[in-house]
Design a protein around this ligand. Structure first.
Ligand code: FBP
Length: 281
């Protein structure tokens, strides 16, 4: 028997024990300063401050936060478990999608992380390079006993040629899920397909690897996003790893608490929005 198959307690179990203590998981993603730039903070200017993000995470009861190394180094206070994102690219870059590591697993451990995160863009001209990066991260993650969360975002290549660039196409998302399983993810973050039936397919082919739905741009209404959450939970997602849909809202803490009621307590959108509707003038 190989080393991996002998593990009674896997890194997926470890991920769940830290980031899904109540059976499911809500993680607050905050790596947008590099991925999209400070324009993401304009809707809610307080969101430019990492301390504000930590406060939302604490006050709303999130299971974890996602930071890049620089933010972790200057702001992380240990109050919420940390997923340290080991790579990132800027939106100023215009070439074939690729995201190079800027931090090692060992450095993530010393920054206080409880898991590491890594993005790959399958389909890109640099797919091969990213698979190599991920393989090395995986080796180190096993060595340092750190769960590895894969942001699996197929992009470029046939996503453009065959699916018209639609990263939410059910076949693309299911493929994303399977790639994360095949490459050794302990948890994964994938985009929503837009309906529970097709997302169920992605969850199924993810196998034993828990699935977190990626939030996406802030929806026009609270209800629109909450419905997506309800749908992915109904088909077996472990939870959500969401950024803009929480901290771009001025009522971020209240909204985070609503997410908690849905994800941890299994409440439905109708149940949690009805009192607010009834109480409005
Ligand atoms: P959101 O919930 O705001 O979409 O964040 C999820 C996330 O994966 C972030 O971690 C990351 O910064 C961003 O989306 C990248 O999204 P994209 O590459 O699609 O712009």
């Amino acid at each position: 028997m190989g080393r991996y198959t002998m593990r009674a307690y896997t890194l997926t179990d470890k991920f769940k024990s830290i980031f899904a203590r109540r059976g499911r998981s809500i993680v607050l993603a905050y790596d947008h300063g590099i991925e999209h730039g400070p324009t993401d903070f304009l809707d809610n200017p307080d969101s430019a401050e990492p301390e504000y993000i930590l406060k939302i995470a604490r006050d709303a009861g999130f299971d974890g936060v996602v930071f890049q190394r620089g933010v972790a180094e200057k702001y992380y206070d240990g109050s919420v478990p940390l997923i340290l994102k080991l790579n990132g690219k800027t939106s100023l870059y215009n070439g074939a999608p690729v995201s190079a590591p800027n931090c090692t697993v060992e450095e993530a451990v010393s920054l206080g992380a409880s898991a590491v995160g890594f993005t790959i863009y399958a389909g890109s001209d640099y797919e091969w390079k990213q698979v190599e990066y991920l393989a090395q991260i995986k080796r180190d993650a096993v060595k340092f006993d750190m769960p590895l969360v894969v942001w699996s975002y197929p992009r470029g290549g046939k996503v453009d040629a065959k699916y018209n660039g639609n990263e939410h196409h059910p076949e693309v998302v299911a493929y994303a899920a399977r790639i994360a399983l095949e490459l050794g993810a302990d948890a994964m973050k994938i985009k929503y397909t837009g309906d529970p039936k097709t997302f169920a397919w992605a969850v199924r082919v993810a196998g034993k690897v828990p699935v977190l739905m990626s939030g996406g741009p802030k929806t026009k209404t609270d209800e629109e996003f909450l419905r997506q959450v309800e749908e992915v939970i109904s088909v077996g997602a472990l939870g959500v790893a969401v950024g803009r849909n929480v901290w771009q809202r001025k009522n971020a803490v209240e909204f985070g608490k609503l997410l908690g009621q849905m994800v941890y307590e299994g409440k439905k959108v109708a149940e949690i929005l009805e009192p607010a509707v009834n109480s409005s003038p």
